[in-house]
Design a protein around this ligand. Structure first.
Ligand SMILES: *Cc1c(COP(=O)(O)O)cnc(C)c1O
Length: 371
């Protein structure tokens, strides 16, 4: 068979070890597992979403309303944008794919930050596009603009707050940058963690209405993070009519399930759940900061629901991750990003307490015995 060469050359991406493996290997019960590796909401599903799933379970036999009318109406109300300016994806991941699909080919260039969400590069490679990255550790819009002028890419990805480092960009800086980019270059503003930075500091808050006036910018949001619906796969893109209409041409029909739509639509109104999540997140993040000081570890200021520790050369991120795994604690090793670093999703108080206790043991052990 003659497959596309650039597809065959793609690396196979490994997802985290399934929970069942870890439990079986170490005799740990499912309810005792502390899963803080995927930036999920530690409080789980909002009661509003849970009730919607239960009450609508009988609708699992019917195809969804493919216009996604109810969810678009709810988003349109929340963000004060027209429903025609919204597209729904199976996670915002799928909208990243739509953007690359509608624009890229082997002659295209895609610009992104040095260390940012891995899916931009993965999907760009599906279309054989060339990847260009800034050299700075975190997002730097000046360097990005220089590379933009030099290479004239067709798409630019900006992730604010950024996964996996947690830094965010000021709204005023983003708007300055967008003003300098030509209409024929699509800028994807990935705002998967926007609710968190908006709560922490308003000057980092960018809303869809700030960008709909640009003809070449799309705002991406998701229900996977603060709304606690990672398993339901719902994300959205907001942009001007032209972009949204073209993206719809590559959207498979019924790409969102009937129950996912119900869950997402109902979770939007659960303000109590959102507030509880935000308060816990930033209160508990303080513990990690104190821990870092106590252990002389470097952390990055985080505007999201996770914190990233940059480890010194006496510590090895993979060893720490594996040590915690044996204790039933899942965190994210950033080795695949080329970093000796770990990313920890902020959990509930008890979870953080247990995690930090185990991490303290691991660190002390390795620093003194260099095991
Ligand atoms: C989690 C995440 C997404 C989207 O996840 P979906 O579950 O596909 O909606 C997008 N961008 C970033 C940076 C993320 O961390």
């Amino acid at each position: 068979m003659r497959f596309n060469r650039y597809i065959c050359d793609l690396p196979i991406y490994e997802v985290g070890k399934p929970l069942e493996f870890i439990m079986r290997d170490n005799g740990i019960l499912e309810q005792d597992i502390i899963k803080l590796g995927s930036n999920e909401n530690p409080f789980g599903v909002s009661p509003f979403a849970k009730n919607a799933i239960i009450e609508n379970a009988h609708l699992a036999s019917v195809y969804p309303d493919d216009s996604y009318y109810a969810l678009k109406e709810a988003l349109s109300k929340k963000y004060c944008v027209n429903a025609n300016n919204i597209i729904i994806g199976s996670g915002s991941d799928q909208i990243i794919e739509f953007c690359l699909h509608t624009i890229c080919n082997k002659d295209s260039k895609v610009l992104m930050a040095n260390i940012t969400f891995a899916m931009y590069e993965i999907y760009a490679k599906h279309f054989n596009a060339k990847i260009i990255k800034t050299e700075d550790f975190t997002h730097n819009l000046d360097s990005m603009f220089k590379l933009y002028e030099k290479h004239k890419p067709q798409i630019i990805f900006i992730c604010t707050p950024n996964n996996p480092l947690g830094e965010a960009l000021l709204k005023c800086d983003i708007l300055d940058f967008l003003n300098k980019i030509d209409d024929n270059c699509l800028v994807v503003l990935d705002c998967a963690y926007m609710e968190y930075c908006a709560y922490k500091d308003k000057s980092y808050f960018i809303s869809p209405t700030d960008i709909t006036k640009f003809s070449n910018v799309i705002y991406l949001g998701t229900f996977s993070k603060i709304y606690g619906l990672g398993g339901m796969r719902v994300g959205y893109g907001i942009a001007n009519d032209e972009i949204i209409q073209v993206l719809h041409r590559v959207r498979p029909p019924f790409n969102i399930t009937t129950l996912s739509l119900k869950a997402a639509t109902n979770s939007i109104d659960d303000e109590e759940f959102i507030l509880k999540t935000l308060i816990n997140n930033f209160n508990e993040m303080e513990r990690y900061k104190e821990f870092a000081i106590k252990k002389s570890l470097k952390i990055l200021e985080s505007y999201a629901n996770f914190i990233t520790f940059l480890l010194h050369n006496k510590l090895n991120s993979t060893k720490i991750v594996n040590y915690l795994l044996q204790k039933g604690i899942i965190i994210r090793d950033l080795k695949s990003y080329g970093l000796n670093a770990i990313r920890i999703t902020i959990g509930k108080p008890k979870q953080n307490e247990i995690l930090l206790k185990q991490m303290s043991i691991a660190i002390d052990k390795w620093i003194t015995t260099n095991l």
